[in-house]
Design a protein around this ligand. Structure first.
Ligand SMILES: [Zn+2]
Ligand SMILES: [Zn+2]
Length: 331
């Protein structure tokens, strides 16, 4: 089968590798959509640890083509994949903090993932999706599940005033989740004009360009601020614009060596809650339900589809201005 292999830092190759066969409690799917993510780019340039050689891609789904012994899925089923495989035995897993499993394995990070024609996975990671689902939307289930986790942790309430800093796919999904949760005000902050236009179309009540206005003057006393850019400057803005007792919900992955300057005094006096949200524990099934419900505008987020052959080119360059999500398709 065809796969895009990461052989070393900054070394991608479109290669022929053996098509996997499933063992007990494993299945093989024909990949139908796999999203490109900032994490893939971080791994490529060596900013995020990964095992190599490796097939990248952790945001994917497809059609079941082979099943091992003891698997309840049928050949032909459409499934979404939760890439994060937890051990279920460590102290964190046993306490329900599976995102922090001490032996976390991830498809597309530590074992082969979605940038291939076929993918092998344990049956615990597959979620049945209605056959009428647009196969492209399978590439958005995992990012949505991560956003649902962030929404859960934010404890958003009807009538809340919310700011979302960052206009990538996470920001765009958060807008829609905040709208469904009954937020009174949803402000999306991003430099890119095309992204601001899409944000307004899908539910932002207001958008701001941080290059044109001072965000800390334009916004204040937000009940919840989502940091979805993974940038220190944005995190600092989030702290500044959130009300006392409010929540700064950090979803963006900032470079690991960078530090924010934050007033510890202010955290105490203002009763700030700064909460990190990591991956998608227990939210994949709800992401499938929500996508199946048709309540989200996903098509506006899909900027282009590309082939496996084209993938190396798109992984090694930054997305075009205004683009949100690129999906690799199986065909
Ligand atoms: Zn991702
Ligand atoms: Zn564990």
């Amino acid at each position: 089968m065809k796969a895009v292999l990461l052989n070393g830092i900054n070394t991608l190759e479109v290669a022929e590798i053996p098509t996997p066969t499933p063992g007990p409690h494993e299945l093989v799917i024909r990949m139908l959509a796999c999203g490109l993510c900032g994490t893939d780019r971080h791994i490529l340039v060596g900013e995020h640890p990964a095992k190599m050689p490796l097939v990248l891609g952790h945001e994917f789904g497809g059609r079941v083509t082979a099943v091992g012994e003891g698997v309840s899925f049928q050949i032909g089923d459409l499934v979404s994949v939760d890439p994060n495989i937890v051990c279920g035995k460590c102290d964190h897993c046993l306490a329900g903090r599976t995102a922090h499993c001490r032996d976390l394995i991830a498809l597309g990070v530590t074992i082969n993932g979605g940038f291939a024609e076929y993918v092998l996975l344990p049956d615990t990671q597959a979620y049945l999706v209605p056959p009428t689902t647009n196969p492209l939307h399978l590439g958005l289930v995992e990012p949505l599940a991560c956003c649902i986790r962030g929404i859960d942790l934010s404890e958003i309430k009807s009538g809340d005033r919310v700011a979302i800093l960052g206009g990538g796919s996470m920001g765009m999904l958060l807008i829609q989740l905040c709208k469904l949760a009954g937020a009174a005000e949803i402000v999306l902050v991003t430099r890119q004009q095309e992204r601001r236009e899409i944000a307004e179309k899908i539910g932002a009540t207001k958008t701001l360009d941080p290059a044109a206005v001072d965000i800390t003057k334009e916004l204040s006393d937000m009940d919840i601020t989502f940091e979805a850019a993974g940038v220190i400057e944005t995190f600092n803005q989030a702290v500044a614009i959130t009300r006392s007792g409010g929540v700064v919900l950090v979803l963006g992955v900032a470079p690991s060596h960078e530090r924010a300057e934050i007033s510890v005094y202010e955290i105490v006096i203002r009763g700030l809650r700064i909460i990190g949200s990591y991956i998608n524990p227990f939210t994949q099934a709800r992401a499938v339900e929500l996508i199946s419900s048709g309540k989200l505008d996903l098509d506006s987020l899909i900027s282009r589809t590309i082939s496996l052959d084209e993938l190396p080119k798109f992984l090694t360059q930054s997305p075009r201005q205004g683009d949100i999500k690129y999906l690799v398709t199986g065909e």
